[in-house]
Design a protein around this ligand. Sequence first.
Ligand code: SAM
Ligand code: CA
Length: 280
Amino acid sequence: VEEVHVNGTAKQETSETSTTTTEEASTKSDEQSTTKVVKTAAKGRHAGVGEKTILRNVGLMEYILESSVYPREHEQLKELRLETAKHPWNMMLSPADEARFLQVLLKLMNAKKTMEIGVYTGYSLLATALAIPEDGEIIAMDINRDCLNVGWPSIEKAGVAHKIDFREGPALELLDVILADEKHHDSFDFIFVDADKNNYINYHPKLLQLVKVGGLIAYDNTLWNGTVSMTDAELEEHPKYVRHYKPFIMELNKFLAEDSRIDLSLVSIGDGITLCRRVV
Ligand code: SAM
Ligand code: CA
C-alpha cells in the first residue's frame, strides 16, 4: 500500500494513511483497534482500521471516541465501519470523530443538496445521508464502484439509499458533466472532497461554480499525516506516497489561504479538514 500514486486510481488511493494489515484489522475488536490506532498515532504514524488522527495524545483520542463518538454512532455506520475494517484498503476510511463532526455541521447548515468526491466503502457517504433530510440528495463520485459494494447493504438497511446518486468515473470529468447543466450552478449546500489529492486544486474552480454562496466545500487530509510542518529530513521517514502528495497539499493550502472568494478554517480533526465557505 505504499506505492506512489500519480494518476488517481483506486489502488493508488489505498495508500492514504496506513500500515495496518487486513489480518490485523479483521481480527481485532472495535475497541482493540482503536487502542492500536491511537497508540500508533502517538508514535507519529497513522495506522489501523481507517481511524487516523493527527492527535498525538493516546488518552485523549480514546476518550473522544469512547465518550462521545461511538455512543452516538448510528448502528449501520458502525456496521459499515466494521465491515470496512476487513477490507484491504481500510486505511482510507474516514475517522469516526470526523464523520460525527460533519454530521453536526450538516444539520447546523440545514444542508440538503450535497456532493461527495471519493466514496470508497461509503462511511462518510452514509454519515452525510443520515444527516440530511428525507428529500436531501448526494451526488457521489468515485472512479471505482466496487468498494461501495462493501457498504451498500448498510446504506440500504439505514433507509437512506434513495438520497444517493452515485456516479462512477474520474471526478474531473464527472464535474464537467454536472457543470454542463446550469440547474446545478450555485446550488450545492455542501461538498466533501476526499479523493486524489493532486487534483484538489483542479476541483476547486469547478466546485466554486457549483456550491452556493454561503455553502461549504470541505477538503479532507489537508494536514497530510502531519507532514505539512515537517522538515525534509523528518519527511524522509514517511512512505513514498506521503512524500509524493505533500507538495500538492502544501500548494492547495497556500492557494486556499489566499483565495478571497472563500472564508476558511483548517480544522485539526482526523487528518485535517479545510472548511471553505463561499462568500462571493
Ligand atoms: N470518503 C471515504 C470514506 O469516508 O471512507 C474515503 C475516500 S478514499 C480516501 C478516496 C477515494 O477516492 C477512493 O475510493 C478512490 O477510488 C477515489 N478516487 C481516487 N481518485 C479519484 C478520481 N480521480 N475521481 C474520483 N474518485 C477518485
Ligand atoms: Ca480522507
